[in-house]
Design a protein around this ligand. Structure first.
Ligand code: GLN
Length: 514
C-alpha cells in the first residue's frame, strides 16, 4: 500500500516511530496530487514548497525530542473559506479572488498548533452555496468514483481529495449538509459538529447561525483525531460553547453498549431511492448484529426542513454578503470606467435638454457598488441574496423569516422528543441517492435544494451529524449512512461510526483512478 493510501492514524504511528518523515509524506501527497488532480480538480491551490518547509521544521523538532502536537507532521487540506494568514481565501468567488487574509482563522491556528502541515486549499461552491461544487467560479471538481459525476458540495474538493488519496485529512464546512453530503457521495467519513463546538472565527460567513467547520477523513478514528485538534471554546466567537474538548481520539475505539438507534419514519418515504434505502437498512442490521436496538420515531416537522432552511440561510447570507461592495470588502470594478460612463450619460441627457434626469442619475458610488457586486458574485449567490433580501423586507419579514424561525424551533423539538424517548442516535440516509451527473441539476435550483432533504435539519437544530460509507450502488457509486446525536455528543457519533467500520469494509474501498 502506498504511503498516501494509509489512514492518518497509521501515518501518525509511522511518523512517531521514525519509519517515515513528514517531508517524505508531504512529498508523497504532492506527487499524488500532481498525478491525479488534473482529473479530479479537488484543489484550488497546493503549496508544495510551503508544506515541505513546515514538514522539515516538524521533522527537526521531532529529532530534537520536542513534544509535538496531535497531528504532528500530517498534511491537511483546508476548504478555501477559512482564513490562513498570508494566504488567499477565495470562497471560490471572483469577489474574493485576490483576498489575502491577514489573520489565521481559529481552525487554521489550531491546525498549526497541532503541528499539522497545511498542504493546500480545496474547491467549493461559491461562498459554500450549493450541493455539487459546480458553483465554484474557478473550476469543476469531479467525483473520483465517476469523473462524469459531481463530488457533492459545497465541500466537494474537501471530500474528493480524501476519496482520491490526495490528502488523508481535510477540513470542510457544513451549513446545510456540506460536509456530510459530499462525504456520502465520495465514500468518505464526514462529521458536522454541534453548532458552537468548532470556532467560526475566520470562517468566511455564509449563514452564521448554521455554519460549522468539521473533519473529512477515511475513517471515524481519523475524523476523531482531526475534530479533537480543531474543537474547543474560543472567546473570539461569541457563539462558541464553553466546554472542555473530549479526547475523541482516545474514546473513539470504545464500543457503545446498549445503543438505541432511532429511524425517522419520514426519512424512509417517497424520494428515497431504493438502492440507497436498501444499503441504509442493511447498515442498520449491522448495528443490530452488534447489539443495537432500533426504534421508529416520527419527525412531524421534517417535511418543512428544506423550506425553512432556504428562508433562513439566504436571509443570513443577504446580510453577511452585504459587506462585499467593492469599497469595504471584495472585488472593486474599474472606477475610472464607472466615472466615464456616468459622465457620458449625464452629457447625453443634458444635450437632450433633460436637466432633471441628468441631476438625479445614480452617483458613481452607487454604480460602483452595483457593478462590483454584479461582476463579483455568480448566479447562485445572487439568487440567495435576492431570496434573503426579499424575505427580510418589511412587508414579508413576519410571513417568511419570523415564521421560518418558529418552525426551526419545532424541528429542534422533534429531535428533543426523540432523544427524550431514550434514542441515542438518529440513523438514516444522508442523501436520497448517489452522486448525480455534472450539469444534471445546475439549471434547476429547486432540484439542487432538494438534495439537502436529510441534512438541513441537523443544522437547523444545531446538533451534530456524521456520514459514513455503507455500500455502493450497482453502478459503483458510494452510499452514505447518516447518524445524528444530541448536542455535544460527537463522542457517541464517532464511536458508533468506528463500531460500524470495525464490522464492515466499505470505508476501505478505493476508486480506480489511473
Ligand atoms: N446545499 C446547501 C446549500 O446550498 C448546503 C450548503 C452548505 O452546507 N454550505 O445551501
Amino acid at each position: 500500500m502506498a504511503l498516501y493510501q494509509k489512514t492518518a492514524t497509521e501515518l501518525l504511528g509511522l511518523l512517531s516511530s521514525g519509519q517515515v518523515t513528514s517531508e517524505e509524506l508531504t512529498r508523497a501527497y504532492a506527487e499524488r496530487i500532481a498525478n491525479i488532480d488534473k482529473q479530479v480538480g479537488a484543489y484550488l491551490r497546493v503549496d508544495v514548497d510551503g508544506a515541505l518547509e513546515q514538514a522539515r521544521v516538524i521533522d527537526a523538532r521531532r529529532k530534537r525530542g520536542e513534544k509535538l502536537g496531535l497531528l504532528a507532521g500530517l498534511p491537511v487540506a483546508v476548504k478555501d473559506l477559512l482564513t490562513a494568514r498570508g494566504d488567499l481565501a477565495t470562497c471560490a468567488s471572483r469577489m474574493l479572488e485576490n483576498y489575502r487574509a491577514t489573520y489565521d482563522s481559529t481552525v487554521v491556528a489550531k491546525l498549526r498548533a497541532a503541528d499539522a502541515v497545511l498542504l493546500g486549499r480545496t474547491n467549493m461552491d461559491e461562498f459554500a452555496m450549493g450541493g455539487s461544487t459546480e458553483n465554484s467560479a474557478f473550476q469543476k471538481t469531479r467525483n473520483p468514483w465517476d469523473l462524469e459525476r459531481t463530488p457533492g458540495g459545497s465541500s466537494g474538493g474537501a471530500a474528493a481529495c480524501v476519496a482520491a488519496d490526495e490528502a488523508c485529512l481535510s477540513i470542510g464546512t457544513d451549513t446545510g449538509g456540506s460536509i456530510r453530503q459530499p462525504a456520502a457521495l465520495c465514500g468518505v467519513t464526514g462529521l458536522k459538529p454541534t453548532y458552537g463546538s468548532v470556532s467560526r472565527y475566520g470562517l468566511i460567513a455564509f449563514a452564521s447561525s448554521l455554519d460549522q467547520a468539521g473533519p473529512l477523513a477515511r475513517t471515524a478514528e481519523d475524523a476523531a483525531l482531526l475534530l479533537e485538534a480543531i474543537a474547543g471554546h474560543d472567546p473570539q466567537d461569541a457563539t462558541s460553547i464553553n466546554a472542555p474538548v473530549p479526547q475523541y481520539s482516545q474514546t473513539v475505539r470504545e464500543p457503545l453498549k446498549g445503543l438505541t438507534l432511532g429511524l425517522v419514519r419520514e426519512h424512509f418515504a417517497a424520494g428515497l431511492e431504493s438502492e440507497t434505502e436498501a444499503a441504509v437498512r442493511e447498515a442498520i442490521k449491522v448495528y443490530e448484529s452488534l447489539g443495537a436496538r432500533v426504534k421508529e420515531v416520527s419527525f412531524p416537522h421534517a417535511k418543512y426542513g428544506v423550506a425553512v432552511y432556504y428562508i433562513i440561510a439566504p436571509c443570513e447570507a443577504s446580510s453577511n454578503l452585504a459587506r462585499y461592495d467593492g469599497i469595504h470588502y471584495g472585488r472593486r470594478t474599474d472606477e475610472a470606467k464607472v466615472a466615464a460612463e456616468l459622465d457620458a450619460e449625464r452629457k447625453e441627457l443634458l444635450a437632450a435638454g433633460k436637466k432633471r434626469e441628468a441631476e438625479t442619475l445614480d452617483t458613481s458610488l452607487v454604480r460602483l457598488y452595483r457593478k462590483s457586486r454584479a461582476e463579483g458574485f455568480g448566479p447562485e449567490v445572487k439568487r440567495r441574496i435576492m431570496l434573503g433580501t426579499y424575505a427580510l423586507s418589511s412587508g414579508y419579514y413576519d410571513a417568511y423569516y419570523l415564521k421560518a424561525l418558529k418552525v426551526r424551533r419545532l424541528i429542534r423539538q422533534d429531535y428533543d422528543a426523540a432523544f427524550q424517548q431514550g434514542i441515542d442516535l438518529i440513523a438514516g440516509p444522508c442523501t436520497a441517492g448517489p452522486a448525480f451527473k455534472l450539469g444534471e441539476k445546475v439549471d434547476d435550483p429547486l432540484a439542487m435544494y432538494l438534495v439537502d432533504l436529510y441534512t438541513v435539519s441537523a443544522n437547523l437544530a444545531g446538533v451534530g451529524g456524521i456520514s459514513i460509507p455503507c455500500g455502493f450502488s450497482k453502478t459503483g457509486l458510494p452510499i452514505g449512512l447518516q447518524l445524528q446525536a444530541p448536542p455535544l455528543e460527537e463522542d457517541k457519533l464517532l464511536r458508533a461510526a468506528h463500531m460500524f467500520q470495525t464490522a464492515t469494509d466499505w470505508h476501505t474501498r478505493r476508486p480506480a483512478l489511473a
